[in-house]
Design a protein around this ligand. Sequence first.
Ligand code: GDP
Length: 597
Amino acid sequence: MNRPIFYIYFMEIRNIAIIAHVDHGKTTLTDALLRQTGAAKEGVSMDSNALELERGITIYSKNASVMYRGTKINIVDTPGHADFGSEVERVLRSIDSVLLVVDSQEGPMPQTRFVLKKSLELGLKPIVVINKIDKSAADPNRAVEQTLDLFLELGASDEQANFPIVYSIGRAGIAKLNLCDESKDLTPLLDTILSHIPSSSSKTLEQKPLRFQPFNLGYDNFMGRLAIGRIYEGVAKQSANVFIKKPGGETRSGKITKIFTFNGLERTETNEAVAGDIVLMAGLPNIDIGETVTTDSDSKPLPAIAIDEATITLTFLVNNSPFAGREGKYVTSRQLREYLEREIEVNVGLRVDFTPSDSFQVFGRGELHIAILLENMRRAGYEVQISQPQVIIREINGTKHEPFEEAIVDIPKEYQGAVIERLSARGFVLKDVSTYDEVVRLSFEGPTRGLLGYRNLFIIDTKGEGIIASRFIGFRPYAGKIYKRAVGSMISMASGKASGYSLWNLQKRGVIYIGPNTEVYEKMVIGNTSKGEEMEVNPTKGKQLTNTRSSRNDEALELTPPFTLTIERGLEIMANDEYLEITPESVRLRKQPIIKK
Ligand code: GDP
């Protein structure tokens, strides 16, 4: 392109996201890009959040950028999980293209379908990266074919389906355009990014009044709420007075106190940032996702960005179990309140009612959303106790409404019957069936209430081979009674250490959550009964030294491995007269104490 000479300082920008199925090599490839361009040193990784690594979910976006041939490439993080649909959409709307990383042995996996579909719908033209071509069982050509099939199935346009292909060994930092090419680094990939993706910056855009739109929020103890977003037009300057417009046009004024851009893995403070860049701004009062920050009172707000609403609610309260305070650093009501107050600044879709003084009513976007919040709290050293999640019921035009979800299930054919039966009983209606390879895809719609407590059963019903993803589709008239199998609790009547002998006896009556020697207290729920009735048990009872068993020790008894409680399992299994007790090291279920008035 021939540019007039005064454009010499103009910086081109490309904004991308990298999407990949867990383990297909997104982190390794991103790190290699950072290293080759000098943006990060050896050993520094993009994926620093252990919790996210464990679950394969990225909740808070971690942005990075690399400089290549004078062009800035912003790499915006996207959650790979379809349950965070609106979060994915927000990010995809703010960028210009995606790299779809596909393992050359496994081919594209169902989990990436959702993000890819959204990308295609938004008109993005992905670059396909066929990764791990060094694997002995790699079949890059087949992976390309499968990817093309997937594009077509998801309704890709001709232009989108004609995607550029880059082959790579992310781990070695090598990319090539043809399998037979020689290459020693990622240059072919970087060049493809520059040539295939349109520049998001231009002098014309820069000359317009500022329009900036946040797609994510952050929080800093000193600077308060931060807005992470894209400058669509104009130049953002530090100390500039601005108007903040809601999508409906309602306007308030504010001032940008600080601007940061992303450089490598760091944020760098800057006096100004230009159209096309992804930046972080401080100082904007109560800034929210989807609002427009502009210097011109007459300029139109940018199109609204959808944010998922809260669909479930539950109570958070101070842990008052007999084991309270044993592990946590933060255990008081004031500390819980402070944590939640900080969290609502950045956690999109989370609301808290702080009115009751010793407990907090928390509203969230689903079990997974709440489970992640709780996991982060325990890792930070908190103890908390929660009640069973309930769906939020709304009165709309005088009738009772409840949240509904679309659930997309990918399963091997043989489990189809079991899944349809179970979900139908829970109020779900089958809307669509499609088959690809050996997998059946079932689309359902039904009340969120029916999905509460279902995921665990789904894993059991499909022997772990199924995938289920759901998204909120709106409040609809109350679906009436639904059928859920009642689970009864095995409640300890004693305090002390569980003995292998008594657990061995109890496991005949149901599923046990604890192993031998686990400390238990009175009213702690230690398992569930297969018949569905509540049962008081004494797990601490020692072995009776009678006949043949007298010579055996505890280890010799054949104990089924316990169904250890996790936060997610606990949320699903708990009954409405129980609390889930969460501490840094333990997750326990207990019957709520009866409060004498
Ligand atoms: P992510 O979950 O998509 O971020 O995947 P990671 O980047 O964490 O990679 C998953 C695993 O694949 C790790 O053990 C990597 O070392 C490995 N890996 C990444 N790239 C390659 C590659 O090009 N070839 C091979 N053989 N393994 C790779």
